[in-house]
Design a protein around this ligand. Structure first.
Ligand SMILES: Nc1ncnc2c1ncn2[C@@H]1O[C@H](COP(=O)(O)OP(=O)(O)OP(=O)(O)O)[C@@H](O)[C@H]1O
Length: 253
């Protein structure tokens, strides 16, 4: 783990009318760490991730990427600056090939006209290279020419991670990448996440607690918009506040 955080969040707050969805959250994401954010439905996890990626504005607080304030930076610029994210719902283009899907996101990152996907190979060479490299890293190289819609559910989620990687991010915000996955697909994704953290700071919002406690280096627990604890899986497992507020008496191996 590097000393300086890649992404640093201070006092982040989002109100929807009278509701405080995210309340004064502090968070540091480091390269070399999978940092999971867990919490019951409505705890504020999606609102938090949406503020970090720039999809919704903050009410107050600050977000710094490698020491640079990006709090007011619009989402496309933030993506270019190095904050990549995947979504809860599938965002792939099912009728395009796996490689084309990746190239689209790489190209959207590289130039302001992402819809010009059929530009000459010369113009697209860099994007193509990034797309191919992302597929290799996500373990999908052998499926590059397949139509994305024909992939298994797990491979589609892998493709979403690859699309995120194609934008050359420094920070990866992953919103429920394990949702709907079977045991084998989950294992594959966990191996991928372990590899990805070597080069990225990874924020993982995930409901699969067994997976979270296995893979996370650090866990932040949210309840009603506020952080009630941050620590290693062992610290969180035994934290009395967490056990009462969130985990109950359930044991996690
Ligand atoms: N656009 C919105 N307008 C009003 N209230 C919202 C909006 N988005 C979220 N909320 C409210 O903010 C709170 C936090 O919601 P959020 O979706 O961030 O929680 P979550 O932890 O991601 O939940 P889940 O695990 O179910 O996805 C909830 O009470 C939700 O109803």
């Amino acid at each position: 783990m590097s000393d300086a955080p890649q992404l640093s969040v201070r006092g982040l707050t989002r109100r929807f009318g009278g509701l405080v969805a995210v309340n004064e959250v502090n968070l540091d994401l480091h390269q070399g760490e999978v940092h999971a954010v867990i919490g019951t439905n409505g705890a504020g996890k999606s609102t938090l991730i949406n503020m970090l990626s720039g999809e919704i504005a903050v009410s107050s607080g600050s977000i710094a990427l490698e020491g640079h304030d990006v709090t007011r930076m619009p989402q496309p610029l933030r993506a270019k600056a190095g904050i990549g994210r995947s979504y809860q719902r599938t965002t792939i283009f099912p009728e395009f090939t796996v490689l084309e899907n990746c190239r689209l996101t790489a190209q959207a990152q590289a130039q302001p006209r992402p819809w010009r996907i059929w530009e000459s190979a010369q113009h697209c060479a860099a994007s193509m290279e990034r797309a191919q490299s992302a597929l290799v890293r996500a373990g999908l190289a052998q499926h590059a020419e397949r139509i994305a819609g024909s992939l298994s559910h797990g491979a589609k989620r892998q493709l979403e991670v690859a699309m995120c990687l194609a934008t050359a991010p420094r920070v990866l915000l992953l919103d429920e990448p394990l949702a709907g996955m079977g045991a084998e697909e989950t294992e594959r994704m966990l191996v991928l996440l372990q590899e990805l953290k070597q080069a990225h700071a990874v924020l993982l919002v995930e409901h699969d607690m067994d997976a979270v406690f296995r893979i996370a280096d650090r866990i932040t627990v949210m309840v009603n918009g506020s952080v009630v604890a941050t620590g290693t899986p062992d610290q969180i497992r035994t934290d009395p506040v967490v056990r009462t507020a969130y985990l109950g008496e359930e044991e996690h191996a």
